[in-house]
Design a protein around this ligand. Structure first.
Ligand code: ATP
Ligand code: MG
Length: 303
């Protein structure tokens, strides 16, 4: 059964519920960050969920935090642990196992730090019209899905639920968060992406682009990596085996779902119930991405 929401009762106050996650308050400095099995495609959430997706997102994020911290010693993250607080009722504890993490509660910078290593999606559309990506001139003659000579940082606004994020220039990002923090966010984003991209490439996955979020530790003024990181939900993962230049690539995880929605005239409609087959295949894809990246099956990791 796919997980929708744990019955925490009055044990922890619910702060927010996003498209995929719930955030509970543990104390003034700590949050419980819970990944449900909900899935969205074309910006709408499906009625039913994808079993194990929440565990995959949580454990993959924990894997990356650990890996990144070893590679980038001055990186700070919001991760505190995978344990569930004592105050949570027993049934909810069982449901939350491997899908929640304790994190430091931080003031989140209201920008999305996007890094693109390959030209695709909205960047490809803009480049075809203007030769630019996010206001910057790009080399001529790039083909669809081609790797950029250097990864590029293209920040966007962080839209409220139901709204779309808007691309902004790095100058505009600096106006929003302040020059000092904007520079640090850009530098960290590019560093994290290049470390992760290289690791994933060796395992057989191309991380075409990804989105990070950062928060501020107000005591030390450090910029801290928060949210989920380098998951199929926050990134475009392509298979190295099927990658081909000059065309769009199948996304690693959601292609079945998107194709099925389109074929059935359901693209962009709310409250759609996915067929059993779509659920099964999507769940398998998330599990496959997990195993390729971490070297461990999700079954073994959730034992
Ligand atoms: P999407 O990921 O599809 O854009 P979303 O971001 O609205 O949707 P979720 O991913 O479901 O929603 O919820 C996660 C929310 O938690 C985000 O708004 C994120 O900024 C916030 N968040 C992440 N880490 C922290 C943290 N350490 N402290 C406070 N808020 C956090
Ligand atoms: Mg999110």
């Amino acid at each position: 059964m796919a997980y929708t929401r744990a019955e925490l009762g009055a044990s922890l106050p619910l702060l927010t519920s996003g498209k995929v996650r719930e955030l509970y308050e543990v104390d003034s400095k700590t949050l419980l960050f819970v990944a449900s099995d909900r899935i969205s495609a074309y910006d709408v959430i499906m009625k039913n969920g994808v079993p194990q997706k929440g565990q995959v997102l949580t454990l993959m994020t924990a894997f990356w935090f650990d890996y990144l911290q070893k590679q980038i010693p001055d990186l700070r993250t919001h991760f505190l642990g995978l344990n569930v607080p004592e105050s949570v009722p027993v049934q909810a504890k069982v449901q939350l196992r491997n899908r929640s993490m304790l994190v430091r509660r931080l003031k989140i910078f209201p920008i999305e730090a996007i890094v693109r290593g390959y030209i695709t999606g909205s960047a490809w559309s803009t480049y075809q019209k203007t030769g630019e990506v996010n206001g910057k001139k790009m080399p001529e003659g790039l083909q669809e899905s081609q790797e950029f000579p250097e990864p590029i940082y293209t920040p966007s606004t962080k839209a409220e639920l139901g709204q779309h994020d808007e691309n902004i220039s790095t100058e505009h990002a600096a106006e929003i968060v302040g020059q000092k923090y904007a520079t640090r966010i850009e530098q960290l984003s590019l560093k994290i992406y290049s470390v992760a991209k290289e690791y994933a490439r060796q395992q057989g996955i191309i991380i075409a682009d990804t989105k990070f979020e950062f928060g501020l530790d107000q005591e030390t003024e450090e910029v801290v990596l928060v949210d989920e990181v380098l998951t199929p939900d926050s990134s475009r993962f392509w298979s190295r085996q099927t990658y081909a230049l000059g065309q769009s690539q199948d996304s690693f995880d959601k292609q079945y779902l998107r194709d099925w929605l389109t074929a059935n005239g359901l693209k962009g409609k709310g409250g759609v119930e996915m067929s059993e087959e779509v659920v099964k295949n999507t769940s398998a894809k998330y599990a496959e991405a997990f195993e390729i990246l971490t070297g461990k099956s999700i079954e073994a990791a959730t034992q």
